[in-house]
Design a binder for this molecule. Structure first.
Ligand code: PNS
Length: 161
């Protein structure tokens, strides 16, 4: 299982999904339903975007969850949780989460994969910021996601006008 916010999916996430799909017989990409985070895209939109880009991987499934991750993992009989680490700054938060999840559910193993160096500086937050300020995000997100961001931006500009 590869959980996250994916608001929106980046090429860094996609790289991890591709490599994860080779390591595991099945991979569930699980989007957290947490409206408290004030996401740019609804969970349904994020699921659509993810499904578009993972359809080439037959063993990858897209789903969403709320509540505790360990409960969702148990319900889906997932035994491994995959997370990506870009830099040492990610490690601190990821270690806390992994240890808390281990305490809650010792049978769920967290596996970390190093982000590809070409994507190690990308985050969904920065992609949204750069894009909204007119910077290029070409090569940082899948083309279908860039197109969706474009539509979302022109919609909000139109609204503001
Ligand atoms: O992409 P993100 O935002 O870094 O993903 C964080 C996520 C979804 C993995 C984390 O917030 C999570 O698992 N939330 C579910 C609630 C939960 O189980 N919290 C305790 C985690 S130790």
């Amino acid at each position: 299982m590869y959980p996250g916010s994916f608001d929106p999916i980046t090429n860094g996430h996609l790289d991890l999904i591709q490599r994860g799909s080779r390591l595991f017989s099945r991979l569930i990409v699980a989007i957290l339903r947490n409206e408290g985070k004030e996401p740019l895209f609804s969970v349904e939109e994020r699921m659509e975007m993810l499904r578009e880009v993972v359809e080439v991987y037959p063993n990858v499934e897209v789903d969403s969850f709320d509540g505790l991750l360990v409960d969702y993992a148990a319900a889906r009989q997932a035994t491994v949780m995959l997370r990506g680490i870009r830099a040492i700054s990610d490690y601190v938060y990821e270690l806390q989460m992994a240890l808390m999840n281990r305490r809650l559910s010792p049978e769920l193993e967290t596996v970390f994969m190093m982000a590809h160096e070409a994507y190690s500086f990308i985050s969904s937050r920065l992609v949204k910021e750069v894009f909204s300020l007119g910077g290029s995000i070409s090569g940082l997100v899948p083309p279908s996601v860039e197109a969706r961001l474009q539509r979302r931006l022109s919609k909000s500009k139109h609204k503001g006008a």
